[in-house]
Design a protein around this ligand. Structure first.
Ligand code: AMP
Length: 398
């Protein structure tokens, strides 16, 4: 079976053609600058090409993807070989607790959730509509970032605001990176050789955006991101949790700062970038620390401290922790970050194997064999989950 996985952003479209059963990736690529001029990077047969192609809308981008997939450098003869399409959709609100086949009702629901994710949902919908135009009748599935977290109990997802805010405006914690947390918790359970139903797992998705999730018995019971992906630990450029009164205070101190400015500051100018003044990229921070940059040191210290606090909080929330999982760019590669996050957690019965912690690029238990809490690095693969969900829902329609 061949599934096309699509992740559409406002001016970009990431795609991957893959076999959900073998996890083989036949081709992948990225359309960028949609609506501006347009370019496509395309990787297949171990070769990478980049082309400038006019892409006024996502429809032209999708057409270019299909033409390249079926062209001389492509991997299929015709688009009939694509069995189904899986779409990453950021916000499914409280409506979707799992992936669904896309129909008009689902598209309407995605639109309805747009105010909760104004940067992503409209773009995701554009990707869906572009595929419908280019491949009419092809079964399509929506896989939501929020769905995995819909098992959180009310005491974890409610904010202590007037109840009206929830009832009238749907203000609550939704959580994000759900596809990744679901995948890495499953792989970690398999890796330690225990049924996920018997495990208390803390998954740390640490990338440019970061979130921590408490997974009890295979279900998300709490997560660090909130109504939006701004909450939780400090991130590349996002501030994470702050005292909400800071916004009014900043406005009082400098009335020129309106809501848009404050939003930009919190989303784009904060996090490890805002503290260090160097970069949002942890590799640059490592280099700056080596050169003696104190603020880069502080940014990384703050990040690790907050991740550690979430691990402790979630161990308390679940009444223990059996497995801690690290994933995404920083979680998979930053051995120094993992070490710093876990330092001092020996009281939980955790012992890090320093040599194993230095290894990279594979599923790996990096705690010592006698460690009560297992620490596992799992490279995340959201595309594979999207392809697998798409197969499960679309296989009877093909
Ligand atoms: P992601 O959002 O999952 O793509 O992760 C991006 C983040 O991963 C960036 O901040 C990178 O600095 C970080 N990253 C990637 N490779 C490494 C590495 N070798 N060491 C430390 N951080 C890394």
């Amino acid at each position: 079976m061949k599934v096309l996985v699509v992740n559409a952003g406002s001016s970009s479209l990431k795609f991957q053609l893959m076999d959900p059963e073998t996890a083989e990736v036949m081709a992948k690529g990225l359309c960028e600058r949609i609506g501006i001029d347009g370019s496509m990077t395309f990787e297949a047969h171990g070769e990478k090409i980049k082309e400038e192609i006019a892409m006024p809308t996502h429809v032209e981008a999708m057409t270019a993807v299909l033409e390249t997939l079926t062209g001389p450098k492509g991997v299929i003869q015709s688009m009939d070989e694509i069995d189904a399409v899986g779409h990453r959709v950021v916000h499914g609100g409280e409506i979707y607790t799992e992936s669904v086949l896309i129909d008009d009702e689902v598209k309407e629901a995605i639109k309805k959730c747009s105010p909760l994710s104004p940067l992503h949902n409209p773009a995701n919908l554009m990707g869906i509509e572009a595929c419908e135009k280019a491949m009419p009748g092809k079964p399509m599935v929506a896989v939501f970032d929020t769905a995995f977290h819909q098992t959180m109990p009310a005491k974890a997802f409610m904010y202590a605001l007037p109840y009206d805010c929830y009832e009238k405006y749907s203000v609550r914690r939704y959580g994000f990176h759900g596809t990744s947390h679901r995948y890495v918790s499953q792989i970690a359970a398999e890796t330690v050789g225990k049924p996920i139903e018997d495990l208390k797992i803390v998954t740390c998705h640490l990338g440019n955006g970061s979130s921590i999730t408490a997974v009890d018995g295979g279900k998300s019971v709490d997560t660090s991101m909130g109504l939006t992906p701004l909450a939780g630990v400090p991130m590349g450029t996002r501030c994470g949790d702050i005292d909400p009164a800071i916004l009014r205070y900043l406005h009082q101190q400098n009335p020129d700062l309106d809501f848009d400015d404050l939003d930009r500051i919190m989303n784009k100018e904060s996090g490890v970038y805002g503290i260090s003044g160097v970069s949002s990229d942890f590799r640059d921070l490592d280099k700056a620390i080596e050169e003696g940059n104190e603020r880069a040191r502080l940014a990384v210290d703050m990040f690790c401290y907050q991740v550690k606090k979430y691990i402790g909080a979630y161990a308390a929330a679940m009444g223990g922790v059996d497995v801690i999982v690290f994933t995404a760019g920083v979680g998979e590669n930053g051995s120094n970050i993992r070490e710093q996050v876990l330092e001092g957690l020996e009281f939980l019965g955790l012992n890090l194997d320093e040599e194993k912690n230095k290894e990279r690029g594979k599923v790996n238990i990096i705690s010592t064999p006698d460690s009560k809490v297992k620490v596992v690095v799992v490279p995340t693969d959201e595309e594979l989950v999207i392809a697998q969900d798409t197969r499960a829902l679309a296989k009877d329609l093909i």
